[in-house]
Write a protein that binds this ligand. Structure first.
Ligand code: TYM
Length: 331
């Protein structure tokens, strides 16, 4: 069976970009029974930033509850917490020995910090721990451990999937065919969903719309989405509007067509925002309630994740053994 895998790291509240860029497509793909699915909470990846136990625990539960509230069926997929699968970290070291330092130097997230440090006239590696630097290797371990074929992600993760391919290829050339070469899958139109200020929606820019905020707050945040100064009655291009691209993710085909016409004939941004809120809130009402319920019973989440990790390790243990055997280790 071929595998579809993706993870979310608990560094903040899950936001609309995570949902539209990765969770929604992953849940759509999860309907394909011809594939194996592995969806997880990337808590070790958060450790590059979050150094507070209670916060990390809470945020990790938040990711798990989000997946479940949005309809992930833990019986049908492998659903787990990354830090519960020790084989991933053994593989992390193995892969590190096949990843050139130059490859890491070129990774976008690391480079962005270096560039910023340069601009501020700081030491180029200021604020960079080795977790940040080797982040793509751990991500390669996540992906390669499960012989992943497809990784549904937003655009910011594409390079990481390519790095995983490079590392897998380098290993395979030395030890023969071992790892499948993964491919990324992005949603063309919403691969980079802009945030409130027009930059990429991101926890680190503080410009997000968290998915499960209360309705009033949701309306407030939608009202903050940046729009241009086209007067209310003038025609607007729906294909250039973030409001419209978010609307499309939550509305029915008929509603989408109607809204498209409204844009062309002239709709005020205020009205477009109001209607966006309505379709979003209609969809989110139920998952929000389920999310709040799950967050109130972490023991239930632990139970589900515990069952998930058994399924994950049923794959990772024998595969790691096979890999170590190839390397010449006694197993
Ligand atoms: P993370 O937690 O930053 O984001 C989770 C997913 O959401 C996507 N995303 C977006 N998509 C569209 N527009 C946006 N503004 C936007 N912001 C975030 C991300 O691309 C991602 O798909 N390194 C990963 C977690 C990870 C992982 C993995 C993913 C760890 N191991 C293995 C796939 C496979 C991350 O930090 O995602």
């Amino acid at each position: 069976k071929s595998t579809i895998l993706t993870g979310i790291k608990p560094t903040g509240q899950v936001h609309l970009g995570n949902y539209i860029g990765a969770i929604k497509p992953a849940l759509e793909l999860a309907k394909m029974q011809t594939h194996q699915h592995a969806y997880f909470v990337a808590d070790y990846h958060s450790l590059t930033k979050i150094h507070h136990a209670e916060e990390l625990r809470h945020l990790s539960y938040g990711i798990a509850a989000t997946w479940l509230a949005l309809g992930l069926d833990p019986e049908k997929v492998i659903f787990y917490r990354q830090s519960d699968v020790p084989e991933v970290f053994e593989l992390n070291w193995i892969l590190a020995c096949f990843a050139s330092k130059g490859l890491m130097n070129r990774a976008h997230a690391y480079k962005a910090i270096v560039d910023q440090n340069r601009q501020l006239d700081k030491d180029i590696d200021s604020g960079v721990n080795m977790g940040i630097f080797t982040y793509p290797i751990l991500m390669a371990a996540d992906i390669l451990m499960f012989q992943t074929d497809i990784v549904p992600v937003g655009k910011d993760q594409v390079q990481h999937v390519e790095i995983a391919r490079d590392i897998a290829d380098s290993f395979n050339r030395t030890y023969g065919d071992t790892f499948k070469l993964p491919e990324y899958k992005i949603q063309e139109e919403t691969a980079v969903l802009p945030g409130l200020d027009g930059r990429k929606m991101s926890k680190s820019y503080n410009n997000t719309i968290p998915l499960f905020v209360e309705p009033k707050k949701l309306q407030k945040l939608i009202n903050k989405i940046k729009t241009d100064s086209t007067p209310p009655e003038e025609p607007k291009d729906p294909n250039q509007s973030v409001l419209f691209s978010i609307y499309k993710e939550f509305a029915t085909p008929l509603e989408i067509e109607k809204m498209r016409e409204q844009y062309v004939s002239g709709i005020s941004w205020g009205e477009a925002k109001k209607q966006l809120f309505q379709v979003m809130n209609r969809f989110l009402e139920e998952p929000r309630e389920k999310y709040n319920e799950l967050m109130a019973s972490p023991e239930k989440l632990d139970e589900i994740l515990k069952r998930g990790v058994e399924k994950a390790r049923a794959v990772s243990k024998p595969f790691l053994k096979e890999i170590k055997c190839k390397l010449g280790m006694n197993v």
